[in-house]
Design a protein around this ligand. Structure first.
Ligand code: DAH
Length: 354
């Protein structure tokens, strides 16, 4: 009897070892150790044996159960691992491959423009500072040398936010990215070389104005900095952005409350075969405002105007995108029309220009 039991065990063990499929292995387990399995049936024969053989036979059957159970578990773990490895191999996805063309989206021209500018500014040693879209009156106006009753406040067509005012005044959708100047000075002190890209809001709408638009603000504060540094910095940014080798900008005297002296900057351009060519020609297009930071603004930023000097400037990013990519109507930027995005053709897989 014991012999036949050990033979049965050997047979069962070799079937377990030979089994290459988890489902078949489970059937094997049921056929051996299940309620009607062979080993279970053997155990039930104990009662038919002479009393003196029962104890030894019972112990043999129990050991057989243990041996088989453990072999089954080991085999099961091995087959499960093999199955997972096979799946990992078969279902391998090469993440570096671009998706099928019909699944590929397009970048918004504004996204591409922001990426280009961010790249240029970081390369020139600027750090990015993000400011909030909901700003307070103090930072959006007062700290930028636009006290209450200042006429420039009215010109901004401000959207006020309907939440209770704070000690810094009412809340509003920022009308410019310039409040980031104050935030950056307070957070990082001087010297400072910072840029900020973000949304701005004014109640205005036509082919070249939308109530929400985008600005890039730049601020540099270093010892001994002067107007000449500002001009060369701005020229370099524009030359890089428009891919122009030798660029001569035109600076016109202007007025901004937060800079003194202030200037507006024009870029030369011309029309050739219906296309606008930037960087050369006898026409001028205004692209940004700039100036030396006003002493009061430095003070509001926590810096000493006797010690620190700096310059600031700001572009309208939407306008830069319109000029660079010949997109005539700003409203199409926000129509959400996929065909328009496709016609602009900015692939997310191409770095730099199309
Ligand atoms: N904040 C101004 C605006 O939105 C733009 C501007 C002009 C920003 C001159 C500057 C600057 O930093 O120096 O109209």
């Amino acid at each position: 009897m014991a012999d036949s039991l050990s033979q049965q065990i050997q047979k069962a063990l070799s079937s377990i070892d030979a089994c290459a499929d988890l489902e078949i292995l489970d059937e094997l387990r049921v056929s051996l150790l299940g309620r009607q399995g062979r080993i279970t049936a053997l155990a039930q024969t104990i009662g038919t044996l002479p009393v003196e053989q029962r104890k030894a036979f019972g112990a043999d059957v129990n050991r057989a159960k243990e041996v088989l159970q453990s072999a089954l578990e080991k085999r099961q773990a091995l087959l499960a691992r093999v199955a997972i490895e096979r799946r990992l191999k078969e279902e391998f996805v090469d993440c570096t491959l671009p998706p099928a063309p019909e699944l590929t989206g397009f970048l918004h021209p504004l996204t591409r423009t922001q990426q280009d500018l961010e790249w240029i500014f970081r390369d020139m040693g600027f750090r990015h500072f993000a400011g909030p879209n909901i700003e307070n009156e103090f930072l959006n106006f007062t700290a930028l040398n636009m006290p209450e009753q200042h006429p420039a406040r009215q010109m901004h067509d401000t959207f006020f936010v309907d939440i209770p005012a704070a000690p810094e005044g009412r809340f509003l959708l920022r009308t410019q990215t310039s409040p980031v100047q104050i935030r950056a000075m307070r957070a990082w002190g001087a010297p400072l070389r910072v840029f900020s890209i973000g949304r701005t809001y004014r109640s205005d709408a036509d082919a070249t104005h939308t109530p929400m638009f985008h600005q890039l603000e730049g601020l540099v504060i270093e010892e001994g900095i002067h107007f000449g540094h500002m001009k060369s910095c701005i020229t370099e940014v524009c030359a890089r952005f428009f891919n122009i080798n030798a660029l001569t900008l035109r600076l016109r005297p202007s007025f901004f409350p937060f800079t003194d002296p202030s200037a507006e900057v024009d870029i030369p351009c011309q029309r050739k075969e219906g296309r606008l060519i930037m960087g050369e020609g006898d026409q001028w297009l205004e692209i940004l405002g700039c100036g030396m930071v006003h002493p009061k603004v430095l003070e509001y930023g926590g810096l000493d105007p006797k010690k620190h000097q700096g310059f600031a400037f700001a572009f309208g990013i939407d306008r830069l995108a319109m000029l660079k990519y010949c997109l005539p109507d700003l409203r199409s930027f926000f129509d959400g029309d996929r065909r328009w995005l496709e016609s602009c053709g900015f692939s997310p897989y191409v770095i730099g220009d199309r």
